[in-house]
Design a binder for this molecule. Sequence first.
Ligand code: 1CP
Length: 359
Amino acid sequence: MTILKNDTFIKALLRQPTPYTPVWIMRQAGRYLPEYNATRKRAGSFLGLAKNPGFATEVTLQPLERFPLDAAILFSDILTVPDAMGLGLYFAEGEGPKFERPLREEAAVNKLAVPDIGSTLRYVTDAVSQIRRALGGRVPLIGFSGSPYTLACYMIEGGGSADFRTIKTMLYERPDLLHRILDINAQSVIAYLNARIEAGAQAVMIFDTWGGSLPAAAYREFSLAYIQRIVAGLIKTCDGARVPNIVFTKGGGLWLEDIAATGCDAVGLDWTCDIGAARARVGGKVALQGNLDPMTLFAQPEAIRAQVAAVLASYGHGPGHVFNLGHGVSQFTNPDHVGALVEAVHEFSRPYHSGQAAH
Ligand code: 1CP
């Protein structure tokens, strides 16, 4: 068992005291970093990068070399799970991820099965062990997965979508088919996240990027119910350490009480929520992660610092906050501005963790 040199992130997720507010950035290992683009070029493609544990380790560590971040996130993608189910993931240049065989027909849905994680996703668990060795306990490593509904969006639409017409048609016309897909996805995600935890992931996050596109009742039935099953099925302790989990539904601000009731340790917030108001609603039950608008990073460092200070002040005094953006960092962001954010979080957050209240 490696002793963590910096465990502020894990402690904050468990709402335990820390000397400052820990920070990491969604998509911290991504295209805004020139060194990421250089490694991606050497790997030949995004999938060449993600499927090679050596390259995945290299890019996972890149943001940590630049910034004093408090967590690392495994470099991979949520779409590796449907790829392992045989849907044929590929990246069309400049068009984002796509599937060769989207799930539309009843016969294909009936054939869908939980993949054998040990063989199909071996490259992911290998990357996790390699990254843990490379980190040497510097900061914890986050493993992640898409939510069953978010994965189904890509599996059924065949790629990104502006209106989710195909999956929503299935939802309203053939809810039984969609439920079958979601059931397989939930079982796969549980096996996948637990394999990552056993390989060394020290916290896990479920990305429900598209749950927020649903009406409230459909969100509970088609997204949150399956997230709840995953939370219940996750390994909670590994090597004597708690492995906290985070649930992030983008656009889920109206449903925070329901999300917190899944039994998760922390709830991710997008930038539309006031984090102080969110804390008043669910802060007694869960930690909160977020929630600076990613577009803040296009402003000059002084403006970024002011916005960081405002999020910290809104959350207020005491533990249970992990600082992050409200969604992934844009590929057009100036890396120095990410540096300004990380520095400001560390600098401004200490008073909120000292004995006396800062306001
Ligand atoms: O060309 C490139 O280099 C690919 C860009 C890229 C990157 C950097 C993709 C394709 N995936 C990733 C890595 C990635 N994806 C991580 C790595 C760890 C980190 O955060 O640093 C993570 C956690 C993801 C998760 C992911 N992939 C989500 C959930 C989070 C979110 O951003 O909402 C989603 C929806 C995806 C699908 C996906 N993969 C890639 C793209 C461009 C997309 C979005 C497609 C779309 O809907 O338009």
